[in-house]
Design a protein around this ligand. Sequence first.
Ligand SMILES: Nc1ncnc2c1ncn2[C@@H]1O[C@H](COP(=O)(O)OP(=O)(O)OP(=O)(O)O)[C@@H](O)[C@H]1O
Ligand SMILES: [Mg+2]
Length: 242
Amino acid sequence: MNPRSILQTEKITKSFGSFVCLSGVTFTINPGDFFVIIVGENGSGKTSLLNIICGLTPPDRGKLLFKGRNTKGKNFSWFTNQGMVRLFQEPRAFEQSSVLDCLLFSHYGEKMPGTLSCLIRPLSYRQQENKAVEKAMSFLRTIGWENKTAALAGELSFGQRKLLALGTALLSNGDFLVLDEPVAGLDQTQIQLAVSLVQQWINARKQQRAALVVTHELEAFQGVASHALRLQNGIIARDEDA
Ligand SMILES: Nc1ncnc2c1ncn2[C@@H]1O[C@H](COP(=O)(O)OP(=O)(O)OP(=O)(O)O)[C@@H](O)[C@H]1O
Ligand SMILES: [Mg+2]
């Protein structure tokens, strides 16, 4: 056991009926890692693995440590409070909210200011709000979306909604990103942008941050992944530094 590791899985096993989805899956993710798990076929267990990692589905057997703590019995909120940020395969956004508001919600997370603060707007509230807006605008400038601040999330294309969802994860206070097929459905330009945003996010605080990606698009992550594992028939078949 590495006391500094972010995530350690030990012999994780999961079946659905007679289908063995995961069998003895063992790996360790350390700070600074851009950890990519490649799974070839559809329906081979990518989402199931991530659901186990973030407390949505219990494994049948095996052990999971997050930041050195045994996670048995812990739920999704616990993982989130400990700094895990899960992005789902289908981008989720507040469809009737503007792009800027979606990014601001993620900044506040569960620490939204109370009703009284919103009404009175004390100096501390305004300072926090200005900081959040500046952070969000800086992100939007980075991806060339300065003119999209007021666009409704529900009006964006699939690829744009995926980028927005990624933005909400990057601007949150989390330090471990768990990304389910983050580049599926994106065009080449969006793929390069998404991958480099995650890489920059890790590099900005290599001592604390890491990302785990499951994907069947190895090419997109070649050259940036610190580790590339292949999951085949529920088993980690190969482990090599990318
Ligand atoms: N709660 C469940 N009950 C029964 N079967 C399930 C459950 N969750 C997943 N499965 C099955 O387990 C298999 C793996 O599903 P999973 O969603 O993890 O695959 P995936 O690799 O993410 O697929 P995709 O490429 O379509 O995203 C599928 O055959 C699925 O039908
Ligand atoms: Mg899936």
